[in-house]
Design a binder for this molecule. Structure first.
Ligand code: RNT
Ligand code: ZN
Length: 412
């Protein structure tokens, strides 16, 4: 008997069907953020990152142009089991034209669509409301100056058309996620006015009726940003209310809440009130630090909530981290594989049995069993998942990353 067969038997003792879990996980497309490959720099040559976010570190070998970024994404995907999506930012247009963000069109992203088509990937999109002269004071859709607001409204509209084009062309629905940095470092005199302007701007951005079959709209709130500590215009309450009233989705970034709050606990609530929920899975260490996602307790809890709510097809799982202090390809692979591991781990828990115990008030047995499940031979099932998808098992993928570093990254 192989290790996999033995492990399968042990799970069967708890009424867990391992084959079903493997099949369900194979159907999950994660959205891998392109911006881990170049520390959120993009292709516009506009200088430093702004918007109250920061990539720290200076590990060598970062991608400097689209060809390098695409090659690095290819390398990473070859080490990750399954078929996924790539999440782009507007600042990653592939064009020789001088085109500002308010005038971007689908054709400026055709190279990415070709890239995705050839590989059977989907694409998601994010308008870029930061690292731009018109966002120098960290105000965009809520800016008091109507001409600046106009620029960013047009950018938001352009981004929805681009995402719709991604979805229609690739036949994989595309998420267009709006996050704006707008906020104030110190206590503002007026919190209502900026929010009223953000609301009106969003109304304009969403005024164009596009094809809902291929375009999914979401809004990402935040508690605070660097240098924007006292007020975030697009707070969670703001977007939750806006989304509920306007038929768009919320996107929860796991780094955008107070440290003692858990996004895992929020998942079932959103699923009760919305058709779908979008996530930016990240790992905040003391602040919204965007560390690489690892197989930690909160990641497992998030995965458990998605699986228990039977919502693998209702939760759009995207990753959002950017660590510039380590090999960027290893960062992607670790984050993606960790998310998949967490989902598999969750799929191997007999949650219906545990829920029935909860109904009866048998909390002792729930605790005992939950502790036991932590020690079942999960790694053997994960290895099998990698084998099925022709992906390297255990840490053998890292030798391939090191070789790529020696032969490709070191020359940059
Ligand atoms: C910022 C948000 C946002 C960005 C990316 C680059 O706090 O999380 O999603 O990280 O769009
Ligand atoms: Zn995010």
């Amino acid at each position: 008997m192989t290790r996999f067969e033995t492990a399968k038997g042990l799970y069967a003792d708890y009424d867990v069907d391992v084959e079903t879990a493997l099949t369900l996980l194979s159907g999950v497309r994660l959205s891998m953020q392109c911006w881990q490959g170049d520390d959120v720099t993009g292709f516009e040559n506009r200088g430093s990152l702004s918007g109250g976010i920061a990539a720290t570190g200076s590990y060598p070998g970062k991608a400097r142009n689209y060809a390098e970024l695409m090659a690095d994404i290819d390398k990473a995907l070859s080490l990750i089991p399954g078929k996924h999506k790539i999440s782009l930012h507007a600042s990653y247009a592939v064009t020789t034209e001088k085109v500002d963000r308010d005038a971007l069109e689908p054709r400026h992203f055709s190279a990415w669509v070709d890239f995705a088509k050839e590989r059977g990937l989907g694409l998601d999109f994010n308008p870029t409301f930061f690292s731009h002269p018109k966002a120098a004071d960290n105000l965009t859709l809520s800016h008091p100056d109507p001409s600046i607001r106009r620029f960013w409204i047009d950018h938001g509209k352009a981004s929805r058309r681009i995402a719709e084009y991604f979805g229609k062309t690739l036949k994989v629905p595309a998420l267009n996620n709006i996050w704006v940095p707008d906020g104030y470092k110190d206590i503002p005199a007026d919190r209502y006015g900026p929010r009223a302007r953000l609301k009106a701007s969003l109304d304009e951005v969403f005024s164009e009726k596009l094809d809902k079959e291929w375009l999914i709209d979401s809004l990402e709130g935040k508690v605070f940003g660097l240098g924007l500590e006292s007020c975030t215009v697009g707070s969670h309450e703001f977007y939750m209310n806006y989304a509920a009233k306007n038929g768009v989705l919320c996107l929860l970034d796991t780094g955008h809440f107070h440290c003692a709050e858990f996004v895992s606990d929020k998942v079932p609530t959103f699923l009760l009130f919305y058709d779908k929920l979008a996530l930016h899975v990240s790992r905040p260490v003391r602040w919204d630090s965007d560390h690489v996602v690892i197989f930690d307790d909160e990641l497992k809890e998030i995965a458990k909530e998605i699986v228990r709510c039977n919502a693998l097809n209702r939760v759009l799982i995207g990753l959002d981290f950017f660590d510039a202090s380590i090999n960027r390809i290893a960062a992607w692979v670790t984050g993606m594989r960790s998310m998949q591991k967490a989902l598999l781990y969750a799929l191997l828990i007999p949650y219906q049995k545990l829920a029935a115990m909860q109904e009866k008030g048998d909390f002792t047995q729930i605790m005992v069993l939950m502790e036991e499940f932590k020690f079942l031979p999960f790694a053997d099932i994960w290895d099998q998942f990698c084998l099925i998808h022709n992906a390297p098992i255990r840490d053998t993928w890292f030798d391939l990353v090191k070789e790529y570093e020696r032969t490709v990254l070191a020359g940059r």
